[in-house]
Design a protein around this ligand. Structure first.
Ligand SMILES: *[C@@H]1O[C@H](CO)[C@@H](O)[C@H](O)[C@H]1NC(C)=O
Ligand SMILES: *[C@@H]1O[C@H](CO)[C@@H](O)[C@H](O)[C@H]1NC(C)=O
Ligand SMILES: *[C@@H]1O[C@H](CO)[C@@H](O)[C@H](O)[C@H]1NC(C)=O
Ligand SMILES: *[C@@H]1O[C@H](CO)[C@@H](O)[C@H](O)[C@H]1NC(C)=O
Ligand SMILES: *[C@@H]1O[C@H](CO)[C@@H](O)[C@H](O)[C@H]1NC(C)=O
Length: 580
């Protein structure tokens, strides 16, 4: 038996842990933001202040250059290139990213499509120019980039725009009198590449016989078109010059006569049709792997895609909520534990009818659970002042689950229930379902505030349960009477107060729901439910008051026990009503 319990606990724990591997879309937003921050602040990645946003076996492709495999290489190209460029004092053909704005963004975990407008700084001419970069990015379970496909939008146009603006400055730096920008760019490229080669590509890594040989080669070859950054030309070698100092053995060939495996002739059709990524960028397909798909017919694979991309609304028939099922089990265990403790430590409990025993158990459960719910509500109360947070929304949904679950449990656990209490429970559950559903369809945040206020009606009646429990357990009549009087007045005032608050809040913050004909249903239901609930609550407060009076009468005439006279009208009313 203990072994079985342990196994069950471990299973639940495992479930909850594995759930944490599933990511919410907002987590991808954060990951994209860190990537963009790193891109505009590359030295922090290179010097290790910021952890790399790239996975170990990342594969990346940039349309104007080529494909890069592995974390080290990609870090060098995405970050190192810009760090080195920024450290140069002469004019660079590639600017330093300084800031960005996000222009478009779609998240469908684990793939994100994002378009960033980056400002590229050219300090020697004291200017910045915008460059739009479109990216498809797939993330792994640790939110590291595992595949990315980048398109430098309008790169050719950018470069054509840039060249006449930087060549006068380049001419000054080169002591040249030329005004021919083709010549100036070619000379600049040759000077910069050869300086790197002469400094870093030495001994086994040497690729040119001498600096002169390098200059001669570099001024002979064409610079190339802006989109030919992965081809056999001066532009490609210029891009690769910044990485040479990181790993000369890898990068020297790229700036050498052969171009290594980077600056080479490429076939357009092959480049276009190639799919170099290990992890697909098709979001709907990304969560299935080839092994899972083995032996599944094509048609059923399509069905799996439909399942994978289903959005679960409050009313979608989906997998049941694990937390809800676990909560129901917990309620059962709690009830059994309270029964056990009562049986062990309370004399009066043994003499009660089963109906009253069960009622007493539910009072105890209600005191603790509504107390917990009330705490969550108080913590999340800033939503009433438009201070919405993810945590507050989660806590309010949890409160709704705690209360509606408790009510459903009570409906099944109690031996009998009178109609006012039943009406109260049904109305409350319906109000919760209604608000959560409308919230999930309309996403109107003020509905959270309405839920917060409404739930207070169910979570501020602990005094009633305490009074009823004292009554049931034969506590001192004087104290019981006082608690019951207090409970009747307190719950009446609170319920009336929160009902008024709710209606005021609805009038002020939920105008959409009483002015737009499409959304009017919520308002009608809200008002009807509030009135119905109010009715049962006034009745309930009255019953508690009646009970207090009864205890009072007993104190003046102790010959009749208040508990035994449970056939009297007020007790009957109260017995099933205490809840309201
Ligand atoms: C790393 O780079 C960041 C950003 O440029 C800088 O603020 C920080 O001082 C650097 N840290 C070290 C240890 O160089
Ligand atoms: C340009 O001329 C200046 C001063 O005459 C000199 O210091 C500099 O090295 C020259 N630059 C080049 C690239 O020749
Ligand atoms: C600039 O120089 C290139 C190469 O030397 C030459 O082909 C081109 O005609 C020149 N352009 C102008 C406008 O003189
Ligand atoms: C990922 O893809 C690259 C190039 O497409 C390949 O070289 C590498 O071996 C692949 N890695 C894995 C783990 O499949
Ligand atoms: C989707 O993934 C499966 C398994 O990895 C693969 O066999 C299939 O070709 C993929 N479909 C597409 C359109 O990429």
């Amino acid at each position: 038996m203990p072994l079985c319990t342990l196994t069950a606990l471990l299973t639940v724990f495992q479930l909850l842990v594995s759930v944490s591997a599933f990511r919410q879309p907002y987590e991808y937003l954060t990951a994209i933001q860190s990537f963009a921050d790193a891109f505009t602040n590359p030295s922090s990645v290179i010097n290790g202040t910021m952890t790399s946003p790239l996975a170990e076996d990342v594969v990346g492709r940039i349309d104007v250059t080529t494909t890069f495999v592995g974390q080290e290489l990609n870090t060098e190209y995405l970050f190192g290139l810009f760090v080195e460029g920024a450290s140069e004092t002469s004019t660079q053909l590639i600017g330093s990213p300084s800031s960005y704005t996000t222009q478009s963004l779609v998240v469908e975990p684990p793939v994100v499509a994002v378009s960033l407008v980056n400002q590229l700084r050219y300090p020697t001419i004291d200017s910045s120019f915008p460059l739009q970069i479109d990216l498809f990015i797939a993330f792994d379970d640790d939110l590291k980039i595992i595949s990315y496909d980048a398109i430098l939008r309008r790169w050719s146009e950018f470069f054509t725009y840039l060249v006449p603006l930087i060549t006068p400055q380049i001419a000054i730096e080169l002591n040249s009198t030329s005004t021919n920008s083709t010549e100036l760019i070619s000379m600049k490229t040759a000077m910069d590449v050869c300086a790197m080669s002469t400094e870093y590509c030495t001994d086994a890594n040497q690729v040119y016989d001498s600096n002169d040989a390098c200059m001669e080669f570099m001024t002979q070859i064409p610079f190339g078109n802006p989109w030919e950054g992965g081809m056999d030309n001066g532009w490609c070698r210029y891009i690769h010059k910044n990485m040479v100092k990181y790993r000369p053995e890898v990068h020297c060939p790229h700036i050498g006569p052969t171009g290594g495996d980077m600056c080479i002739a490429r076939d357009y059709v092959q480049v276009t049709e190639d799919m170099p990524f290990n992890i697909t960028l098709l979001s709907y397909n990304a969560s299935y792997n080839a092994l899972d798909m083995k032996n599944i017919p094509d048609h059923n694979q399509d069905e799996l895609v439909a399942i994978e991309t289903e959005i679960v609304y409050m009313t979608t028939v989906a997998f049941y909520s694990v937390s809800c099922v676990i909560y129901m089990l917990l309620l059962y265990v709690l009830a059994k534990a309270v029964e056990f403790l009562f049986g062990r430590y309370s004399l009066s409990y043994g003499t009660m009818s089963i109906t009253n025993q069960r009622n007493s158990v539910t009072y105890v459960m209600a005191i603790f659970l509504t107390g917990g719910a009330l705490t969550l509500q108080l913590i999340s109360s800033p939503v009433l002042n438009n201070r919405y947070t993810f945590a507050a929304s989660g806590m309010l949904k949890l409160t709704a689950l705690v209360i509606s679950g408790l009510y459903i449990f009570e409906l099944t656990y109690r031996i009998s229930m009178r109609w006012p209490l039943m009406t109260h429970h049904f109305c409350t559950i319906f109000a919760i379902v209604l608000l959560l559903s409308v919230l999930s369809y309309t996403r109107h945040p003020a509905l959270m505030g309405a839920g917060e206020i409404w739930l207070f009606q169910a979570t501020t009646e602990q005094s009633v349960f305490v009074g009823l429990l004292m009554y049931r357990l034969d506590c001192s009549p004087k104290r019981t009477r006082n608690v019951l009087y207090f409970a009747a007045v307190q719950s009446f005032i609170f319920k009336l107060g929160f009902a008024a608050y709710l209606l005021g809040f609805w009038a002020k913050h939920l105008a959409q729901f009483h002015s737009s004909p499409n959304d009017i249903a919520l308002s009608v239901l809200l008002v009807v439910l509030t009135v119905l609930l109010m009715g049962t609550q006034v009745y309930g407060a009255g019953a508690v008051w009646g009970l207090a009076k009864k205890v009072d009468r007993f104190m003046k005439n102790p010959s009749i026990s208040p508990v035994e006279s449970s056939k009297s009208h007020s007790t009957l009313v109260f017995e099933e009503l205490h809840k309201v």
